[in-house]
Write a protein that binds this ligand. Structure first.
Ligand code: FAD
Length: 446
């Protein structure tokens, strides 16, 4: 029988191993720790949580990450069932007692008759055999080089630069308008790719003051601050001079505000469509190290975004990830080398739960392939499906940045577009539809 090799025993690799082993496939996990360390991991355990101990909301009716919890529990997920076992009281969130959690993940995998753990660093993408690379945001530098050699330097990033992402429906279109700079773009899709929010001088000056005084996050130890040339945090740009942003991402040229055609804007904030569905827009050039609370406050000062809801806030982190929309097929195989799959944070999802989720899918897909089973596509209406569709196709490849699960990734529910029914009803409709779709997909596995 063929063996499945999984590189990296973090959130994604551990889950992938568990899923494949439970389908009867022999699995070897190759984990470099504790021999080779990262700046964030503290132990040699599999499934170590490197920072917070939270799996975020556990609400499976009103929250997309809670829905992902539910879907993973339905699939007998190792990460979720172990998290439940070591749950700490934390209101509606799922907080986890991290050391016993990782010890239990390690013990359950080691006790599995189909799993072997080999403590070694892998530094190549092998030409033969079945492999899943789940080496995470802190993929070892040697392996990073090998991946880059295969994918091209452009397609592997070592840092993310996440601009805040806004739900389209929460943007006030009586102030904002749709237009690409200098009306560039041939197709309808290109012409509807940008939204603009105008500022007069007073609004601009107040915005700069707010940026300068906002609370910022420090870089993690081991992250160097010299890397982000070309994608400076906006607050750093503002520190370089009060006019810098007006000559950079906020320049008011090539745009005419149809709401006030005679008034020349002092500055313009542009938002760019972030997914094919057109439900999400990112604020162009607004990567930031401002704290989350400060971000919502400062960004809601932008005319048109006073009531914005954010699918995700901005950030800049040390984070190794590939350009999945161009490199991977729908089964997370490297198009150029289909014996290799990627899973976890390196595929451009963000967070413990999302990473484990992509591990779960990769593990099942790889095992099915080894066993000669055909798998239908993961339904896009499930949280799992929404996420994998986003990274392997739905996301804009050119500006691809890591993504959390959120309802903006879901196809709108019929008749509920534009928030006519309350948000609560809408989220319930998404989660009901997702659960049914996910259970139908799981019924493909005996
Ligand atoms: P990991 O869990 O990192 O697992 C990857 C594994 O691969 C590691 O065990 C590593 O040792 C191993 N490995 C790497 N290279 C090799 C190699 N060449 N050969 C063999 N093994 C290798 N997410 C949150 O949800 N909440 C947070 O608070 C949070 N904080 C974070 C803080 C930091 C500093 C970082 C870097 C990330 C943080 N994240 C957080 C993101 C979090 O790391 C991921 O969401 C999650 O751990 C990723 O899962 P993964 O399986 O993809 O990677």
């Amino acid at each position: 029988a063929q063996t499945l090799h999984i590189v990296g025993g973090g959130m994604a690799g551990s889950e992938a191993a568990w899923q494949a082993a439970n389908m009867g496939v022999q699995v070897v996990i190759h984990e470099m720790r504790p021999k080779v360390e990262t700046f964030a991991h503290q132990t040699g355990n599999l499934g170590e949580m490197v920072c917070s101990n939270s799996f975020r909301s556990d609400d499976d009716e009103q929250n997309a990450v809670g829905l992902l919890h539910w879907e993973m529990r339905q699939a007998n997920g190792l990460i979720m069932t172990t998290a439940d076992q070591h749950r700490l009281p934390a209101g509606g969130a799922l907080a986890v007692d991290r050391d016993p959690f990782a010890e239990t993940v390690t013990a359950r995998l080691k006790a599995h008759p189909n799993v072997t753990v080999s403590y070694e660093e892998i530094t190549e993408l092998p030409a033969d055999g079945n492999w899943i690379f789940a080496t995470g945001p802190l993929t070892s530098p040697e392996l990073g080089k090998a991946i880059q050699a295969e994918t091209g330097a452009e397609a592997l990033a070592f840092f993310d630069a996440i601009a805040p992402i806004v739900y389209a429906e929460s943007i006030d279109m009586s102030q904002a308008w749709m237009q690409s700079r200098y009306d560039k773009g041939e197709t309808e899709e290109e012409r509807t790719a940008y939204l603009n929010c105008p500022m007069d001088r007073e609004q601009y000056e107040a915005f700069i003051d707010a940026l300068l005084s906002a609370d910022k996050t420090e870089f993690h130890e081991g992250e160097t601050a010299g890397y982000f040339d070309g994608c400076l945090p906006i607050e750093v740009m503002a520190e370089r001079g009060r006019e810098t942003l007006r000559h950079g991402p906020m320049k008011p040229v090539g745009l005419t505000n149809p709401h006030q055609p005679d008034v020349k804007a002092h500055a313009v904030v542009q938002l760019r469509r972030d997914n094919a569905l057109g439900t999400l827009f990112n604020i162009v050039g607004f990567q930031t190290k401002m704290k989350y609370g400060a971000q919502t406050e400062v960004f809601r000062m932008i005319p048109g975004l006073e009531n914005a809801s954010f699918a995700r806030l901005g950030g800049i982190h040390r984070n190794t990830f590939i350009n999945s929309p161009t490199l991977l097929d729908a089964q997370m195989r490297l198009k150029r080398k289909p014996n290799i799959r990627f899973a976890g944070q390196i595929t451009g999802v963000e967070g413990y739960v999302e990473s484990a989720a992509m591990g779960l899918l990769a593990g099942r897909m790889a095992a099915a392939e080894i066993l000669g089973q055909e798998l239908p596509e993961v339904p896009q209406d499930s949280a799992m499906g929404a996420l994998i569709h986003h990274i392997t196709g739905g996301a804009e490849a050119k500006t691809f940045q890591p993504m959390n699960v959120n309802f903006g990734l879901f196809r709108p529910v019929d008749g509920l577009k534009g928030g006519r029914r309350g948000r609560k009803d809408r989220y319930k409709a998404y989660t009901d539809r997702a659960k049914a779709a996910w259970q139908a997909w799981l019924s493909n596995f005996s």
